[in-house]
Design a protein around this ligand. Structure first.
Ligand SMILES: Cc1cc2nc3c(=O)[nH]c(=O)nc-3n(C[C@H](O)[C@H](O)[C@H](O)COP(=O)(O)OP(=O)(O)OC[C@H]3O[C@@H](n4cnc5c(N)ncnc54)[C@H](O)[C@@H]3O)c2cc1C
Length: 389
């Protein structure tokens, strides 16, 4: 068993670490100021400029296959990069990526959707959740009815990330009510100018998702992604594309937050001594350090399984559940260590507090991860302690 990184892995990670500290962290005060004024932390142009700067050094399409101009990095390497990006709350991500299911596009769709999305000239969003169907995604009610050579889509999607900015959506609709998720759901590529509209949803986070409303939106047959009736499998493939990446990002955030807590604990004095001298504070710091270490190994193990091509769903659920729970406990402790200052908007702690809360909800809530983990154990799909084979 070898836990060390290769020279190449270390170089890639260190490049991103430097990029984060040199290019992104200095933007933090301005990002905070704008967000406090209810503006986006980065404008689209600023994001594009930063992405172009990273591209000059080859950081483009981290997981995009090399034949599409990407880096085609492994899951482990990608997890390491996400952890680095998580060290800042500046809303940056590398350019050159497209949703995994867009790679199922046929030749015409490839030209119109996949390639422009990778190049960053078009923006997509993934729309399955509905007001009446979240965790229970099989309960979706949006319909697509055949009318000659066209489909007529009706329904409402909710909480769609990027739904306000997207110029096309990958929307999932019931095309055969009897079959439902077992062959009766289809994915459609629908341009905004086909007539769907989006409405901003105000959340406790800094970027609002959207509701998408479809009223008799018509699309030709050519807009079906993959096969008619195979949409639910595509949706599951999208959701399962990299559950480990969400807690991976949280590793970086928690490390940065813990660093802030340590600095504050060492300098803030009460009753004639730094609060770092108090066992109550030391235990919060110790527990956080232990949990970050544990989270790192859970995430890397899940990513390693992805790279091995084995079924990684169980390991990914464990990493997602643990990451969501522990990141929230850690940010809460860090806020506590900062006392009243932690609660102010002068520091970014409360911002991270709000952002990390989402980790327990989207792409499978804590309860749904537990359901998956328990089912795997109860039904014997995985062996207790079977992680090492
Ligand atoms: C900011 C944000 C961004 C999002 N982005 C997207 C996106 O881009 N595309 C998209 O399609 N969706 C998106 N979602 C939707 C997200 O995936 C759902 O909110 C999530 O799956 C939970 O569904 P729900 O909100 O309907 O809650 P519900 O499913 O109604 O659950 C309510 C509560 O009941 C619990 N619960 C449900 N079923 C069970 C069970 N069987 N056993 C025990 N407890 C249970 C849940 O864990 C939760 O605590 C986003 C959500 C948010 C908040």
């Amino acid at each position: 068993m070898d836990f060390s990184l290769s020279v190449e892995e270390r170089e890639i990670r260190d490049w991103v670490r430097t990029f984060v500290w040199k290019e992104l962290v200095p933007l933090e005060p301005e990002v905070l100021r704008r967000e406090r004024a209810h503006q986006p932390g980065l404008t689209a142009d600023e994001l594009t400029e930063l992405q172009a700067k990273a591209r000059e050094s080859g950081f483009w399409g981290v997981q995009t296959p090399e034949e599409y101009g990407g880096m085609g990095l492994s899951a482990v390497m990608t997890a390491l990069l996400e952890a680095e990006l998580g060290r800042t709350f500046v809303p940056f991500y590398f350019g050159g990526a497209a949703d995994n299911i867009l790679f199922h596009a046929n030749e015409e769709q490839r030209q119109r959707y996949l390639l422009p999305t990778i190049e960053g000239t078009r923006k997509s969003c993934f729309a399955i959740t509905e007001p009446g169907a979240g965790s229970d995604a099989k309960a979706i009610r949006t319909t697509a009815r055949r009318d000659g050579s066209e489909w007529v889509i009706n329904g409402e999607k909710t909480f769609i990330t990027g739904g306000n900015e997207a110029d096309f959506t990958m929307v999932f609709a019931v095309t055969d009510a009897e079959k439902g998720a077992g062959g009766g759901v289809t994915c459609f590529l629908v341009d905004r100018d086909r007539g769907w509209r989006s409405e901003y949803i105000d959340t406790m986070g800094e970027w609002g998702p959207a509701s998408l409303i479809f009223e008799d939106v018509r699309v030709p047959d050519s807009q079906v992604l993959g096969e008619v009736g195979q949409g639910f499998a595509l949706a599951m493939q999208w959701i399962g594309r990299g559950r480990y990446l969400l807690p991976a990002r949280a590793i970086g955030s928690c490390e940065r937050l813990l660093g802030m807590a340590i600095e504050h604990a060492n300098t803030r004095e009460t009753f004639g001594a730094p609060i770092a001298d108090r066992q109550a504070i030391q235990w919060m710091i110790a527990d956080s350090g232990v949990e970050i270490e544990a989270l790192r190994w859970l995430v890397l193990h899940a990513a390693w399984q992805v790279d091995q091509g084995v079924d990684s769903r169980h390991a990914q659920s464990i990493a997602k559940l643990y990451g969501g729970q522990k990141a929230n406990e850690i940010v809460d402790r860090v806020l506590q260590i900062h006392g009243g200052m932690g609660y102010t908007r002068e520091l970014p702690v409360e911002r991270w507090y709000r952002e990390l809360r989402l980790l327990r909800i989207y792409e499978g809530t804590d309860e749904i991860q537990r359901r998956t983990i328990a089912r795997n154990l109860l039904k014997g799909h995985v062996r207790i302690g079977g992680a090492l084979g």
